[in-house]
Write a protein that binds this ligand. Structure first.
Ligand code: NZQ
Ligand code: ZN
Length: 392
């Protein structure tokens, strides 16, 4: 195992009826004037926005609103938020939504707490000194941004989707009521389950430092998500299943399943970010479209982990060569994705990139990763292009 640091300062308030405690939590973290940031309108339709405002009013906290965050959130909305918060003298940021809204709030927080253009952080030309305090009310179990140190923003005029990781942006609190997720379209539920599985897999398929205790937690997490994603595909109103995947989504990306390893692989995520930037696909679906091709491309270089995954997560039989068992695990994963309505190729995702677009995505991915990414197998630009080709 390698040395590690584990920092998860986010206070979690989980369960039915927790939404009404939002005002109490903002107060606890010294907010007096709040930006309520949200997406395309689901929280208006479900009545959540009104509940939010009432909770803040009851706690005597002033608020302003800014909706309109789109999936793969745009930089222009971040600029709009920064300007509004400066004008309104906001001192606490509240994201009400999923990863896109939380990430947009994190970027606004960086913009408010630092001089200059906030995009610099996403281009990695400098580091942030601070981030304005923020909290969130989660409405979809997926990205794990509610406990993570990551924000992913798209500079829409350049089709560029970029991540910036910094502990300063970890939310002060996360309110998680699984009932809120019952209004999700089935496709978004499945995308969310895929994303949290992938956050665990990115940390699992590595070639260094693995610990038995971390592996055991990761395997339990993945088995649980696979089990309850299948349940939710048939029973979207099942509270226990909603709760299981909601907590799993947070644990999948708060660092827990990466303790002791070499930092993880994350190639599938970086390959997907280029798909999101160029084709604006849902993040989870982009991941499932890439993963089988990535897995086949790299598994020979990380065979013991792929075998362990096949046996301990996908429940494959311990029969045949290591290669055969590893392949059976990948095939079982594809079967799972199909069962919950997720694509396993880019064609199934609804996009057919040309060779030129593939080369462009590979080039951008290589630039974004400093020329190389991956622990299961270190991938260079030509490997990235080949995986995109296999995923067509
Ligand atoms: O915008 P509204 O109308 O709210 O609709 C949203 C959106 O269309 C809808 N939705 C959310 N909660 C709902 C609901 N609809 C009905 N009922 C509800 N309760 O779901 C759609 C997707 O929302 P979004 O926030 O985009 O989903 P998700 O949480 O999957 O976030 C995806 C974004 O997070 C980034 C992704 O790249 C993508 O941009 N990620 C962020 C990470 C992080 N910060 O740590 C890590 C991830 O790997 C990921 O990259
Ligand atoms: Zn993700």
């Amino acid at each position: 195992m390698f040395n590690f640091e584990y920092f998860t300062p986010t206070e979690v308030c989980f369960g039915k009826g927790t939404v009404e405690r939002t005002g109490e939590y903002v107060k606890k973290y010294h907010g007096t004037k709040v930006l309520i940031h949200y997406g395309g309108g689901s929280i208006v339709r479900t009545g959540l926005l009104e509940r939010m405002k009432k909770s803040l009013d009851d706690a005597g906290i002033a608020h302003v609103e800014l909706g309109g965050v789109v999936p793969n959130p745009h930089l222009s909305k971040v600029y709009e938020g920064i300007e509004l918060c400066r004008k309104e003298k906001v001192d606490f940021l509240l994201a009400v939504g999923g990863g896109s809204v939380i990430d947009s709030v994190k970027a606004i927080g960086y913009g408010l707490a630092n001089e200059g253009d906030v995009w610099d952080f996403f281009e990695h030309t400098r580091m942030a000194d601070a981030c304005m305090p923020l909290g969130c009310v989660l409405t979809i179990a997926a990205a794990g941004s509610e406990m993570s140190n990551s924000a992913v923003i798209t500079k829409e005029d350049e089709d560029k989707k970029r991540a910036y990781d910094d502990d300063a942006s970890r939310p002060k609190f996360a309110i998680m009521d699984p009932e809120l997720t019952m209004t999700l379209p089935d496709y978004q539920t499945a995308c969310g389950c895929t994303d949290m599985l992938m956050h665990t897999e990115e940390r699992y398929f590595t070639n260094g430092g693995n610990m038995e205790i971390t592996d055991s937690m990761a395997e339990a997490l993945m088995r649980t998500v696979i089990k309850y994603a299948r349940v939710l595909a048939k029973e979207p109103q099942n509270y226990e299943a909603r709760a299981e995947v909601m907590w799993a989504g947070s644990l999948a990306h708060n660092g827990l399943t990466g303790c002791g390893n070499d930092g993880g692989d994350f190639a599938s995520h970086m390959l997907e970010h280029e798909l999101g930037g160029m084709f604006d696909v849902a993040h989870g679906a982009g991941l499932s479209a890439i993963w089988p091709s990535w897995a086949r491309y790299v598994c020979g270089d990380c065979l013991p982990r792929f075998k362990q995954y096949a046996l301990n997560v996908m429940g494959c039989e311990n029969k045949g060569t290591d290669e055969e068992i590893a392949l059976a695990g990948i095939e079982a994963m594809e079967e799972f994705y199909r069962a919950i309505g997720m694509p396993t190729t880019m064609k199934e995702l609804g996009i057919e990139p040309t060779e030129e677009q593939i080369l462009e995505m590979a080039h951008r991915c290589a630039l974004a990763t400093g020329g190389q990414i991956g622990s299961a197998k270190a991938l260079k630009e030509e490997d990235m292009a080949e995986i995109y080709r296999m995923a067509r």
